[in-house]
Design a protein around this ligand. Structure first.
Ligand code: SAM
Length: 289
């Protein structure tokens, strides 16, 4: 279906002078160039509904005028890109990753911490934090006193996303009680408290995480390597060359023996496949060299 056809069939009631196929194409090109996100034609209505409030706020009458602002004004561009991100996430999503983390990676990481070594974990594309808290509760384990000792060791988690509105929710670390229920009960009991009808992640866990705004397509300021990287359900929105390059950069950022967890519909392809051995469904381990 051509873009023009997608418009005539799916955007009833919207004047093409306000928002037409050329505007959709321009927005999708900018979003792809700056965030790697591919917006297929079927997203024309979504682009309209997410950006229309920003177009109104900008005080311009047409998407074409707004697109011009997106081109020249970085703040406006990023506002639009953030509005177009998909931030859907939930606790303990893809449970087999956390089961692998608990059974295979955790014993190695706990030993490293007990030897006084540093352990660094990255939740890349963390959205509103559910992934980050799930992995950290898993790592600290169900025994609270033992987990509290681990938390005092050299353990840090970086959680990054480009969507600042999602990061604000992540930092608040407060969720509906039913939202946290997928996390096994012993972990919830150890690391979250129910207060005023909400589940709040405890301070000991929160203090281990640094939430940062980071566009994965840009330079990464981090120096050291990571023991574990989670980047799940982020690359599905990217095209193949972007995915391949990103996975290669993740492989370079992992210490030998470190683990990469990716989303259920994602795959490691391209040059990184030399460095990353599959060790479970959508779980990879960095080779020694
Ligand atoms: C669907 S959520 C996935 C959240 C979590 N990882 C999970 O699996 O449940 C995808 C996240 O990727 C983020 N994202 C998309 N493109 C990005 C980019 N270029 N740089 C950083 N984050 C990006 C979005 O803002 C969104 O919060």
């Amino acid at each position: 279906m051509s873009i023009a056809n997608a418009f005539s069939s799916s955007l009833p009631g919207i004047s093409p002078e306000v928002y037409g196929p050329a505007d959709f194409k321009a927005v999708s090109n900018i979003v792809h160039a700056h965030a790697g996100i591919v917006l297929p034609q079927g997203k024309a209505m979504l682009v309209y509904s997410r950006l229309a409030p920003l177009v109104r706020e900008a005080g311009v009458g047409t998407f074409a005028a707004f697109v011009e602002q997106m081109r020249v004004d970085e703040a406006q561009r990023m506002r639009a890109i953030k509005a177009l991100t998909t931030n859907h996430t939930f606790f303990y999503r893809e449970a087999h990753h956390f089961e692998h983390l608990a059974a295979v990676a955790r014993p190695e990481l706990v030993s490293a911490l007990e030897r006084g070594e540093k352990v660094r974990i990255w939740s890349a594309g963390c959205s509103s934090g559910e992934e980050t808290w799930s992995l950290l509760m898993t790592l600290l384990g169900p025994d609270r006193p033992a987990g509290a000792v681990l938390a005092k060791r050299n353990l840090r988690v970086l959680a990054s996303d480009l969507a600042t509105h999602a990061l604000t929710k992540a930092r608040a670390a407060t969720y509906g009680v039913s939202e946290i229920e997928p996390v096994p009960e012993p972990l919830r009991r150890a690391w979250a408290q129910v207060q005023g009808g909400e589940a709040v992640i405890g301070d000991l866990v929160r203090d281990l995480v640094r939430f940062r705004e980071l566009n994965l397509l840009q330079d990464w300021p981090m120096r050291g390597r990571f023991d574990v990287i989670f980047c799940r359900n982020v690359m599905i929105y990217f095209d193949n060359p972007t995915k391949e390059r990103l996975v290669e950069r993740f492989a370079e950022m992992l210490r030998p023996g470190g683990y990469l967890y990716i989303g259920h519909s994602e795959r490691v392809t391209g040059p990184a496949a030399r460095l990353l051995a599959p060790v479970g469904p959508t779980i990879y381990q960095r080779s020694a060299r």
